[in-house]
Design a binder for this molecule. Structure first.
Ligand code: PXP
Length: 252
């Protein structure tokens, strides 16, 4: 079954709109775990617009202790491996070196991007990524690369040492209800099949929701989806426990 990793960025965004620590991101992580989420994802950024370094530290601890009863539970930290230290943001690699998530998803996002909106171009950044992936492997982390469904790029992901790819599903989600959808779905399917045949695992994420997820989840061997934005909206509509259950039911 495809694992559901809940991205809690948006809970942190609400917290950051006021002084203080309410809502408590770890409390919502615990609630998701109690309702059957398979993992927790966060995407710290140097500008700390949502998840802050202390959130990553606290969630790492929480997942570690929750795993005593749930051995398959995972913590996934996403971000730009080239993001440097700024103020009390220690830099992405320093933060994951300190907190040791199960999976590190490397994303080529810039500070000026509202959200991640493309996968890696490994022709230009592959050589820089290789030693970073090796460093994360030495620390025991699984490394996933955020990728567009481009077959040449998927082959390069294998060549630079990725364990998994995370397919960027934004364009697939944007095409929902249009006549572009099937062609885009087929591109993602072909990319996933190639990655699997090369021995990499396949994750997916961005703009997945209760409407578009079921079709995407027919991709064979889709190991994990990470969902935040729509999940948060669904939680407002129906409550977080029910939202987790609805996403889990779609993936079952
Ligand atoms: N994957 C990556 C790399 C992301 O940056 C995000 C958004 O933080 C997601 C998945 C989840 O996307 P969404 O919030 O649209 O579900």
């Amino acid at each position: 079954m495809t694992a559901l990793s809940i991205n809690l960025n948006k809970v942190a965004l609400i917290r950051n709109s006021r002084e203080g620590s309410y809502p408590d991101v770890t409390e919502f992580a615990q609630l998701c775990i109690d309702q059957g989420a398979d993992g927790i994802t966060v995407h710290p950024r140097p500008d700390q617009r949502h998840i802050r370094p202390d959130d990553v530290r606290n969630l790492a601890e929480l997942v570690k202790s929750a795993r005593e009863g749930l051995p398959k539970l995972e913590f996934n930290v996403e971000g730009n491996p080239f993001a440097p230290a700024i103020g009390n943001y220690p830099g992405f690699l320093e933060l994951v070196t300190e907190t040791l998530p199960d999976q590190c998803t490397l994303v080529p996002d810039g500070d000026d991007q509202l959200t991640s909106d493309h996968g890696f171009d490994l022709i230009s950044s592959g050589e820089q990524l290789k030693p970073i992936i090796q460093r994360l492997h030495k620390l025991g982390m699984r490394v996933s690369l955020f990728m567009d469904p481009d077959l040449e790029q998927i082959e390069l992901a294998k060549a630079v040492g990725a364990d998994r790819i995370e397919l960027y599903t934004g364009p697939y989600a944007a095409a929902w209800g249009s006549d572009q959808l099937e062609a885009l779905f087929q591109q993602h399917l072909a990319a996933a099949k190639l990655a699997t045949s090369l021995g990499m695992g396949v994750n997916a994420g961005h703009d997945l929701n209760l409407e578009n997820l079921a079709k995407f989840a027919t991709i064979p061997d889709l190991l994990e989806v990470s969902i935040g934005h729509a999940f948060t909206v669904d939680s407002l509509l129906m409550g977080m426990p029910q939202a987790v259950q609805r996403y889990k039911a779609l993936l079952a």
